[in-house]
Design a protein around this ligand. Structure first.
Ligand code: AMP
Ligand code: MG
Length: 430
C-alpha cells in the first residue's frame, strides 16, 4: 500500500511525456499548454490611433492660445485607408480607434468642443470651437506599440490558454494563426461489473442489478475540465470480454478510466487482465486513503497505428463505489491528465478552509471529505460537509466543490483550518 504522495510521485514518473502538436488559434485552442514562447511579430496598435471620439488637432491648437473656432477639414473613421494630411489651423473629426491624420499631434474630446456651424447640406460640421487650452501634444493618442511592442514575449512556454479568453485574445491581436502546444490527452470511461446496467434502462431493475452511476458522473466531471472523452460503455466480469473491451478502448484514448473490479473478490479481474493479458505494469494497486483504497494505476505498452512506436497507454482502475470513484478521479486521474497536457503543476489547486461545524475524521487513513466551500460575509472560506460520506453514497458529491484533506485524527472541531482540493467553482455569500 502506498501513501497518496507516493502514488502521485509514481504517476509523475510513469505517465508519458506531453506530445507536441499544432492547433489553429480559435476557441479549440482553449485548455492547451504552449510548448514555446510566443513573440509579437509587429506592434499593437500598428498605427497611431485616437483613444476618444473628438477632433484631431495640430500643434497650433495645443497649449495656451489653443482655444478658438476652427474649420473641420476632414473626417477619420476607424476604417482602413489613408486620410489626407491635416493642415495647420484646421482640425479633423475623429472616432475612437481611428488613425490619426498626418500632421495631427493630439485629440480633443468631443466634450471639450462645441459645434459652431454645419456644411450647406447640414450633414457635417463646418466649424467647431475648441473650449480648452490644456491640450498637450500626444494627448488621447495610442502610440504605435503602446499596447504590445514588436518583438516582445507575449506568452511563455508552459502558459495555458484559459477559457476566459485572455491568451486567445493576445494571440489573435498579433495575428498568430497556429500555436505549438502539447496534445490534449483523450480520456475513455469504462464501467465494469456483471451487475451494472445502463442508467436509463426502462424496465424495473432485477434483484442485484445496479444502475451505472459512475460513467455519466465521470464523463460529466471530465468534460467540466474541458477534456475530450470517449464513452467506452459497460464491460462484463468475464476475462475474455474485458480484454476485448479494454484493448478496443485503448485504441481510441490516451488514458482509460475503469470503475469496479479492483476489490478483493474472485470477479475483480482488472489487475490480472492488465498485468497478465495486456502485459501492462501496475505501478500501484492500493493507496492509504479513504475512500479509494483499491485505486490502481498502470501503464500498458501499446502499438500506435500512426507512428508505429510503442507509446504507453495509461489505465486508472478506480473502485466501483461512486464516491470512491469520483474522489480518486480528482486525486489521481486529473493530475495524470495535467501532466500529459504539459502543465507544470500536476495536482489540482488547494486552498485553506475553515470548518463550519465539527467533522469526524479517520485516525488511520487520510480521508478526503466531500464539502461545499462558501466565501462567508466576513470573506472567510467556510467548508460544510455534504453529509453521509460512505463510499457508496453518490449523494455525497451533490453540491461538493471541494475535497477536504483531513488529518489523521478522530474529530476536527468547528473553526479548525484544513486544506481542501478545489473540484468546482466556489460559492459566495458576499
Ligand atoms: P467492485 O469494485 O466491482 O467490487 O464494486 C464495488 C461496489 O460498487 C459494488 O457495490 C458495485 O455494485 C458498485 N459499482 C461498481 N460499478 C458501479 C457503477 N458503474 N455505478 C454504480 N455502482 C457501481
Ligand atoms: Mg465488480
Amino acid at each position: 500500500m502506498v501513501a497518496v504522495d507516493e502514488a502521485l510521485e509514481l504517476i509523475r514518473k510513469h505517465v508519458p511525456l506531453p506530445q507536441p502538436t499544432t492547433v489553429p488559434v480559435n476557441p479549440s485552442l482553449v485548455g492547451h499548454v504552449l510548448l514555446m514562447d510566443v513573440h509579437s511579430s509587429h506592434p499593437v496598435p500598428a498605427f497611431r490611433a485616437s483613444i476618444v471620439d473628438g477632433y484631431a488637432v495640430t500643434a497650433a491648437q495645443c497649449g495656451p492660445g489653443g482655444k478658438g473656432i476652427f474649420p473641420v477639414a476632414l473626417i477619420s473613421h476607424a476604417s482602413p485607408g489613408e486620410a489626407p494630411p491635416l493642415k495647420d489651423g484646421s482640425i479633423a473629426r475623429i472616432t475612437t480607434g481611428a488613425p490619426l491624420p498626418k500632421g495631427a499631434v493630439a485629440v480633443v474630446m468631443v466634450e471639450d468642443t462645441s459645434l459652431v456651424s454645419k456644411t450647406e447640406d447640414g450633414k457635417e460640421e463646418a466649424t467647431v470651437e475648441i473650449l480648452t487650452d490644456k491640450i498637450q501634444s500626444g494627448q488621447n493618442i495610442r502610440e504605435v506599440g503602446s499596447d504590445i511592442k514588436a518583438g516582445t514575449v507575449i506568452l511563455r512556454k508552459g502558459d495555458i490558454i484559459s477559457p476566459t479568453g485572455g491568451e486567445l485574445g493576445l494571440l489573435a491581436a498579433i495575428g498568430v494563426r497556429n500555436a505549438h502546444v502539447c496534445r490534449k490527452p483523450v480520456i475513455g470511461v469504462l464501467s465494469t461489473g456483471d451487475e451494472i446496467v445502463q442508467h436509463d434502462k426502462q424496465e424495473e431493475l432485477r434483484l442485484g442489478e445496479v444502475r451505472d452511476t459512475n460513467r455519466p458522473t465521470i464523463l460529466a466531471a471530465l468534460r467540466s475540465w474541458g477534456i475530450e472523452t470517449v464513452d467506452c460503455g459497460i464491460a462484463r466480469d468475464k476475462p475474455a470480454a474485458l480484454e476485448v473491451v479494454i484493448r478496443d478502448s485503448l485504441r481510441k484514448v490516451d488514458i482509460l478510466v475503469t470503475t469496479g473490479g479492483v476489490s478483493m473478490g474472485e470477479l475483480d479481474l482488472l489487475k490480472p487482465t492488465i498485468e497478465r493479458t495486456l502485459g501492462g505494469t501496475i505501478h500501484f494497486g492500493r493507496v492509504a486513503m479513504k475512500p479509494g483504497k483499491p485505486t490502481t494505476f498502470a501503464t500498458v505498452p501499446f502499438k500506435e497505428s500512426v507512428r508505429g512506436d510503442r507509446v504507453p497507454k495509461v489505465i486508472f482502475s478506480l473502485p466501483g463505489n461512486p464516491a470512491s470513484a469520483m474522489v480518486t478521479l480528482h486525486l489521481f486521474v486529473l493530475p495524470a491528465f495535467r501532466k500529459m497536457l504539459g502543465m507544470s503543476n500536476m495536482t489540482l489547486p488547494k486552498i485553506l478552509v475553515t470548518l463550519a461545524h465539527d467533522i469526524n475524521a479517520d485516525p488511520v487513513r487520510n480521508e478526503y471529505h466531500r464539502a461545499t466551500v462558501t466565501v462567508g460575509k466576513d470573506g472567510v472560506l467556510y467548508a460544510s460537509s455534504t453529509g453521509g460520506q460512505r463510499s457508496s453514497m453518490v449523494g455525497s458529491l451533490k453540491s461538493a466543490n471541494a475535497l477536504l484533506c483531513l488529518p489523521l485524527v478522530e474529530v476536527l472541531e468547528k473553526g479548525a483550518k484544513v486544506q481542501a482540493i478545489l473540484i468546482g467553482a466556489l460559492q459566495s455569500d458576499l
